[in-house]
Ligand binder design. Structure first.
Ligand SMILES: [Zn+2]
Length: 128
């Protein structure tokens, strides 16, 4: 009987260890998920901080080579985005507000988003 009890106890121990390991795996998976979720939120914080910093330094003389390169990269991408938006707006008979970038009707005098007064570029008069 003692042999049987020992065998049962050993089996129980093995089950306990297996359960503990399963719980650890589940717990680790949840922790990994939590880390990923927090990393995503942190990436947004970095982005917001970067935007504030970019606006602060974009028109200044930048000495740090790495910072300068990133500012140039962002300016380059902004130019590409603006160019593409202009093309999209032209196709829709709209243009982008020079102040806020919103798509506004070609004939509008004021931006209906930010209220900026819009001027027609020369040779850009509406031809209706
Ligand atoms: Zn505007």
């Amino acid at each position: 009987m003692e042999f049987f009890d020992n065998a049962v106890n050993k089996a129980k121990e093995a089950i306990d260890i297996a359960c503990k390991k399963t719980n650890e795996v589940v717990s680790t998976q949840k922790q990994k998920f939590d880390v990923a979720a927090i990393e995503n939120k942190r990436a947004k914080d970095y982005e917001a901080l970067g935007k504030i910093y970019f606006d602060m330094i974009k028109d200044t003389e930048i000495e740090d080579v790495a910072v300068k390169a990133l500012v140039e990269e962002i300016k380059d991408k902004n130019d590409k985005i603006n160019k593409l938006r202009e093309d999209i707006n032209a196709a829709k008979n709209k243009r982008s507000c020079p102040n806020c970038g919103a798509a506004i009707d070609n004939l509008s005098v004021y931006c209906n988003i930010c209220g900026a007064k819009l001027e027609f570029a020369s040779g850009d008069e509406a031809d209706e």
